[in-house]
Design a protein around this ligand. Structure first.
Ligand code: NI
Ligand code: MN
Length: 231
């Protein structure tokens, strides 16, 4: 499994069977991402909510790659109206793509599509649990504040191995709440996201790493934009 971070909440997962997954591909307007959007390939593209920094280039990449766009029912209706292939789902539901199972989970955040002339309702903001062919589970939290289902539903039921958590503050959890979130979810590894893209979400991820690793056995992996983590 390869997990590449493009900065912000944009990730690529390439599974053992070479399925290419993109999550929140905010690439061309992402000041930290130096990778040209034309280079990205995808089979499946997941969008956690309708904000421009998460929808990003999802539609352009989907169109060019004939990739399937997956989001809430409301986002899926929007994608379909643009003539794109899309599947909608909702919180608590799962979809299978061959041997990969994806579950939509809650996130506490505003969901609407904000880059159109008028704001369009986007259903709910969400996170995703990706269960890959080998059973490994990756949790992408989307944009969210701390919520107790991270302990009960996500930690105790879905038991992710790797959690991708926002630490930028202001629009999502900051580092302190993300430390609590990580303790509740209790994965083996955490990768911080949604920080240092813009001045308003500036954070030092090393403080998050040092604190969490001192207080728990969780390993924090700090990626730079464009870097890949493999296991
Ligand atoms: Ni957002
Ligand atoms: Mn955001």
């Amino acid at each position: 499994m390869k997990l590449r971070w493009f900065g912000h909440s944009a990730f690529e997962i390439i599974s053992e069977e070479e399925t290419r997954i993109l999550i929140d591909p905010f690439i061309s307007n992402n000041p930290t991402c130096k990778i040209p959007v034309e280079e990205l390939k995808a089979d499946l593209i997941f969008v956690t909510h309708g904000h421009a920094d998460h929808m990003g280039d999802a539609m352009e990449i989907a169109d060019r790659n004939k990739a399937l766009l997956v989001g809430t029912h409301e986002l899926s209706v929007f994608f379909s109206k643009q003539g794109l292939e899309s599947e909608g789902m909702n919180i608590g539901g799962s979809l299978k793509f061959d041997d990969i199972k994806v579950t939509m989970v809650d996130a506490r955040h505003s969901p609407d599509i904000d880059f159109t002339d008028e704001i369009i309702p986007g259903g709910s903001a969400c996170g995703f649990i990706f269960q890959l062919e080998d059973g490994r589970r990756i949790y992408h939290a989307g944009d969210t504040g701390l919520f107790t289902d991270m302990k009960t539903v996500i930690g105790e039921i879905y038991k992710p191995n790797i959690a991708l958590l926002p630490i930028g503050d202001r629009y999502t959890m900051g580092p302190e709440d993300a430390i609590t979130a990580a303790k509740w979810i209790s994965p083996q590894k955490v990768i911080p996201m949604h920080y240092n893209t813009f001045p308003v979400i500036e954070q030092d991820p090393t403080i998050f790493k040092e604190t969490l690793e001192k207080e728990t056995s969780i390993e924090v992996i700090i990626l730079g934009p464009g870097e890949t983590y493999k296991e």
